[in-house]
Design a protein around this ligand. Structure first.
Ligand SMILES: Cc1cc2nc3c(=O)[nH]c(=O)nc-3n(C[C@H](O)[C@H](O)[C@H](O)COP(=O)(O)O)c2cc1C
Length: 157
């Protein structure tokens, strides 16, 4: 099955997850695509589409929101997987609901919260200050849920 993994990533964590998923699939069946890139790929070429986003200040990126809106009908015809990177455990489910429209979530064969990371080396001054204040964290930390990433791949196979 030809697979496209479409993602946006601010500090590289969602890209890392997308690459981990790609590594679990056969190399000649998978293409990684950053949503919002100038050259549009013909998504009709793919049987399976996996979409990944991350939460910053409560929402996914504008380019991923735009992508979901403009490709909604196509996505509802595809073998679909969704994943979300975020760090606030108590708000994770609600953030997932806000990130992906209900019809896409219901249609998806697999939909998972895969944890996230705080990468201080990738943050600007304001992001560092916000992370220290809101999350009480002052060093990089990785809380990726590799079991959920594996489950997503299994459920889509
Ligand atoms: C400035 C900032 C704001 C964030 N806001 C939220 C948030 O509102 N909710 C949440 O669950 N995680 C939040 N996070 C955690 C990110 O979702 C996490 O760092 C994620 O791994 C980022 O993935 P990315 O590098 O692919 O964008 C925030 C992180 C930063 C640095």
């Amino acid at each position: 099955m030809k697979t496209a993994i479409i993602y946006t990533s601010k500090h590289g964590t969602t890209r890392k997850v997308a690459e981990e998923i790609a590594g679990l699939l056969s190399p000649n069946e998978v293409t990684l695509i950053m949503a919002g890139q100038k050259e549009e790929t013909d998504l009709e070429l793919y049987d399976k589409i996996i979409i990944g986003g991350s939460i910053h200040a409560g929402t996914i990126s504008k380019s991923l929101r735009k992508f979901l809106k403009s490709h909604r009908n196509l996505l509802l015809r595809k073998h679909l997987g969704l994943f979300l990177c975020c760090m606030f455990e108590e708000e994770a489910e609600e953030q997932m609901h806000r990130a992906f429209p209900e019809d896409l979530r219901n249609h998806a064969k697999s939909c998972h919260l895969v944890g996230g990371e705080y990468l201080f080396e990738e943050m600007n001054f304001i992001e560092k200050a916000m992370t220290r204040k809101i999350a009480g964290v002052s060093d990089s930390v990785s809380r990726l849920k590799h079991d959920k990433i594996n489950q997503l791949v299994r459920e889509l196979s």
